[in-house]
Every structure is written in C-alpha cells, then in structure tokens.
Design a binder for this molecule. Structure first.
Ligand SMILES: Nc1ncnc2c1ncn2[C@@H]1O[C@H](COP(=O)(O)OP(=O)(O)OP(=O)(O)O)[C@@H](O)[C@H]1O
Ligand SMILES: [Mg+2]
Length: 252
C-alpha cells in the first residue's frame, strides 16, 4: 500500500479548556470510504474540518497526500477536497447553478465561463439524480432531499479526489435516504474517491463504509471493517452501539 491520502498524526484539539481530540492518529488510504460515528459533540465535525484546514490542530499534524495541511495553500487544498456540510449549507441568495459552481469559481482555476458553468452544473445534477433543468431555481424552491443532493453536487463540482461529508443525509425520509446512499456508493465506485462520511445512523455507517471509525471522548474506540465492528466490538461503548443496532432506526 502506498502512502496514506490522509494522515492524522497524534492530533490534539481543544476549545478553551475542553479537549475534543486527544492524540488522535489515523491513516486513510486512497479509495477508502470511512464512515465516522459517535455521540453528538464527540469531535466528528472537528476531525473533518482539520482535513480541509478550516481549523488547525493544537498539536500533532494532519497530512493530505503527504503535505502538512498547516503549510498547504488553502485554495489549492480545498479544490482537491469536496465538503458537504452538516445541514446542507447552500447559499440562499444564489441559484442552484451558482451554488454548484461556487468552489471552481472562487478558486478561479477552472476557467468556468457561463456556458461551461451551465453545462457542468447540469452534468452534476444528473450525477446526483436530479433533473438537469433545476439549475435556475433557488434553494428555497427545492425539497429537503433535493437540497441535500445539490449540496453533494456542489461538493463534487471541482472534481475533488477527497470528499468530506458531514451527516449529508440528515433531514430526509427513509426512501430518499436509501436512494442517496446508493448514489454516493455509485459515485465513490465510479470516481475512485476517498470519502470521510459522518453519520449518526449505525445502519448507514455499516452499509456505506469500507471501514468504520467509532469515536467517543476524543479518541478512536475502534476503526475496522464494518463486519469486524459488528462481530468483534473493541470496547464496551462499541458493543453498546452495535447491540442497539437491533432496534429500529438506531441513532446515537
Ligand atoms: N468553534 C467552537 N468553539 C467552541 N467549542 C466548539 C467549537 N466547535 C465545536 N465546539 C465543541 O467541540 C465539541 C466537538 O464538536 P464537533 O462539532 O466536532 O462535534 P460533533 O461530533 O460533530 O457533534 P454533532 O454530532 O452534534 O455534529 C463539542 O462539544 C462542541 O460544542
Ligand atoms: Mg457535527
């Protein structure tokens, strides 16, 4: 196996006196689909934001393709890393098309003119299973599930090879959620992306992940193939999480 695409090297992060990550280390290889699960406030979003440099570690390092995120040019870094944020986060005053084109436009390197922007937005809308003519609408004119798909299209717009997804399928019904899960699996397969995917849904973590990271109190409780997490839970916390899986709609 080559060098990891993403490496957390003894990363600690605190907000004030509250530690969030404690000497957290993890290597993620090219093409992995890492699902991350853990209780609210355990540091999942913090871990994602360290990868694209939205926040910096207090100690330790985060490396993306061997480069220390702290030293990297943020614009170049974020062009390689798509980010679908918690609660979608579309810009309400921009059309769907402009939302999708946002990262390539601000990073200025894609040379997207208006016609190109329309064409690429249409391609991306199709990719996430939306009608290609949705681009002229505003986010308020879409359903919650459609907004989430646009959020994913936006994260894919700069053709990243790393995708950070923070509870991207939160506010949708079970059927739409299943469709979105199948679509992201297809996109992952077709594009060979490396995906970090935060969820509160243990079923979702098991279905999507090539590996699942279980976090609690700022440390990794287990990071293993989903089948191993189920068959050989490493800690009491993981065991409880897995046991509760037998109940319907388990979320932590
Ligand atoms: N900017 C900030 N300032 C102070 N505290 C913060 C800040 N951002 C996050 N925190 C705290 O750090 C902890 C971890 O936050 P984080 O957003 O990583 O949690 P999370 O695991 O993503 O939770 P959730 O599942 O609710 O999204 C929480 O206790 C949160 O209150
Ligand atoms: Mg979060």
């Amino acid at each position: 196996m080559g060098e990891p695409v993403i490496r957390f090297e003894k990363v600690s992060k605190a907000y004030g006196s509250q530690p969030v990550l404690k000497e957290f280390s993890l290597d993620i290889s090219q093409g992995e689909f890492l699902t991350i699960i853990g209780r609210s406030g355990c540091g999942k979003t913090t871990a994602l934001k360290l990868v694209n440099g939205l926040i910096s570690p207090d100690s330790g390092r985060v490396l993306v393709k061997g480069e220390d995120v702290a030293q990297a040019d943020p614009v170049r870094l974020r062009r390689q890393i798509g980010y679908a944020i918690q609660n979608v986060g579309l810009f309400p005053h921009m059309t769907v098309e402009k939302n999708i084109a946002y990262v390539p436009t601000i990073s200025g390197t894609a040379g997207w003119g208006k016609a190109e922007r329309r064409k690429r937005a249409q391609e991306l809308l199709t990719l996430v299973g939306l009608p290609a003519d949705l681009g002229g609408r505003f986010p308020r004119e879409l359903s919650g599930g459609q907004r989430q798909r646009v959020g994913i299209a936006r994260a894919l717009a700069a053709a990243p090879d790393i995708l950070l997804m923070d509870e991207p399928f939160g506010a949708v019904d079970a059927i739409t959620r299943e469709q979105l899960q199948d679509e992201i699996l297809r996109i992952h397969r077709e594009r060979g992306l490396t995906v970090l995917f935060v969820t509160h849904d243990i079923e979702e973590a098991m279905k999507l992940g090539t590996r699942t990271l279980v976090m609690e109190e700022g440390v990794a409780q287990q990071c293993d193939a989903p089948s191993r997490v189920l068959s050989a839970p490493a800690t009491e916390f993981v065991e409880k999480l897995v046991c509760r899986r037998r109940e319907p709609e388990v979320r932590v």
